[in-house]
Design a protein around this ligand. Structure first.
Ligand SMILES: [Zn+2]
Length: 188
């Protein structure tokens, strides 16, 4: 994009192949403005709000860590841990998000979840998929949604869902989800 005459507010789209995408350009402009700290703080994590520290009862916060690999690529890791608001010496420890998700998925198998909005939506979605499969096969098959089907989808969304979906799922647990010594536990 170029402005002509300069400062006129009239923008034209150039004919040349852009060297970088608009998104990358905007991102770099933001960083140049020194807004990196701001964006960092605004970064939202899926599992912070509904969890508590199982040792001191403080909230849970998350942070992103970067690790440069030998091939030059950068891996991002998200860690969750106690905010230490209630006990600044809390020894709750930190848990990697991937490990956290695996543990939450394990918990889904052991408990009954509240039938709130997201669970109803999941059941509708699974029903639709079953109907789709049945239509592909060209014959009537069983499209009844079982508990296992629902829980499998819940576990899938804990990993692949949106931020909101993940939060809604945590909201379906009937007990307080707590982090204690690098393990996710349920406290009644
Ligand atoms: Zn704590």
């Amino acid at each position: 994009m170029f402005e002509y005459p300069r400062k006129s507010g009239k923008w034209y789209k150039g004919k040349h192949e852009p060297l970088i995408t608009k998104e990358l350009f905007d991102l770099v402009q933001e960083q140049l403005k020194g807004n990196t700290l701001k964006t960092r703080q605004e970064k939202e994590f899926a599992f912070t709000r509904l969890m508590k520290c199982g040792l001191c009862g403080s909230g849970i916060s998350a942070d992103e860590k970067y690790k440069k690999l030998k091939n030059g690529a950068v891996n991002t890791y998200v860690y969750y841990g106690c905010t230490k608001a209630r006990d600044k010496y809390c020894k709750c420890g930190y848990i990697n998000e991937d490990v956290l998700i695996k543990q939450l998925q394990g918990l889904v198998d052991t408990v009954e979840l509240n039938e709130t909005g997201i669970i109803r939506k999941i059941k509708e979605e699974v029903t639709r998929q079953k109907r789709f499969q049945s239509s592909l096969l060209g014959k009537r098959t069983n499209t009844k949604v079982s508990d296992i089907d629902t829980k499998n989808y819940v576990k899938f969304l804990l990993k692949e869902g949106t931020l909101e979906e993940k939060r809604e799922i945590l909201g379906c647990f009937r007990s307080q989800i707590s982090l204690k010594e690098k393990n996710v536990i349920l406290i009644d």
